[in-house]
Design a protein around this ligand. Structure first.
Ligand code: DGL
Length: 264
């Protein structure tokens, strides 16, 4: 029952999963790791992302985490199997819960917004095809999104232009559901929803991920009983002040402090 839950992403995107975790499992301790110095992961070769994810696992294990969530779709696609094979603790990714949540909602035409790495891996396309026979998946890589989110969402014109560029093909293809296949993108969901229109469902895999984590912890006897809030720790390989500022806004935790760490 002891030990924090490790949540890992290339940057602030995984905080969309961490914030659900803090809502649903507030009694758990959280150790968040952002590999900001080496992002974006989206355009990197698969083997390099896998190596970074393995380094994140090592970091987490050294700090005694009891479970790890790879709160990054790109790293999940590239490294989940390798991390599971290496780790003695439970390791979860975001693609399985994201695909399942999408399968429960769509009428058969899914738009996938994700990084180049996740789109190319075809992890969502394959899993959705297994879950929904005959599904049409229209995949769109969105390389401009992560930098816009990392810089604190302060360029509304650039956000609107990028959203129009990436969501237009999905609207033209008449998708009924859009899955946000990168953990940075829920931070853009109000723009994405506004462009796509109200009739299109926009799926953030974060909630399904935290539910899967809760089931996993419970089945292994690792879930803490509800009680007082756990502690929260934030680490980044990049600039601590900038990360802390953006993270504080995303989580609604003013005064959030991060520490700088090295990986590898
Ligand atoms: N947040 C990440 C994801 O879910 C990756 C963003 C990036 O570093 O390119 O894929």
């Amino acid at each position: 029952m002891d030990g924090p839950i490790g949540v890992f992403d290339s940057g602030v995107g995984g905080l969309t999963v961490a914030r659900r975790l803090l809502e649903q499992l507030s009694q758990e301790d959280l150790l968040y790791l952002a590999d900001t110095a080496r992002l974006p992961y989206g355009p990197l070769p698969v083997a390099q992302v896998r190596q970074y994810a393995l380094e994140a696992l090592e970091f987490m294990v050294e700090r005694g985490v009891k479970a790890m969530v790879i709160a990054c779709n790109t790293a999940t696609a590239a490294g989940l199997e390798a991390l599971k094979a290496r780790a003695a603790i439970p390791v979860l990714g975001v693609i399985e819960p994201g695909a399942r949540a999408t399968a429960g909602l769509t009428r058969g035409r899914v738009g996938l917004l994700a990084t180049e790495g996740t789109v190319k891996s075809e992890a969502y396309q394959r899993r959705l095809a297994e879950l929904i026979p005959g599904v049409e998946v229209i995949a769109q890589a969105c390389p401009k999104f992560t930098p816009l989110v990392e810089s604190g969402l302060d360029d509304a014109v650039a956000i609107q232009d990028a959203v129009a560029e990436y969501v237009r093909p999905l609207v033209r293809a008449k998708v009924d559901t859009i899955v946000l296949g990168c953990t940075h993108y829920p931070l853009l969901s109000r723009w994405i929803q506004a462009y796509a229109g109200e009739e299109v469902l926009v799926v953030d895999p974060a909630l399904a991920t935290v539910e899967l984590l809760e089931d996993e912890l419970r089945s292994r006897g690792l879930l803490r009983p509800p009680g007082r809030p756990g502690y929260r720790q934030f680490a980044t390989t990049g600039e601590v002040e900038k990360f802390g500022r953006v993270a504080a806004t995303i989580l609604g935790l003013p005064g959030l402090q991060a520490v700088r760490v090295r990986l590898g």
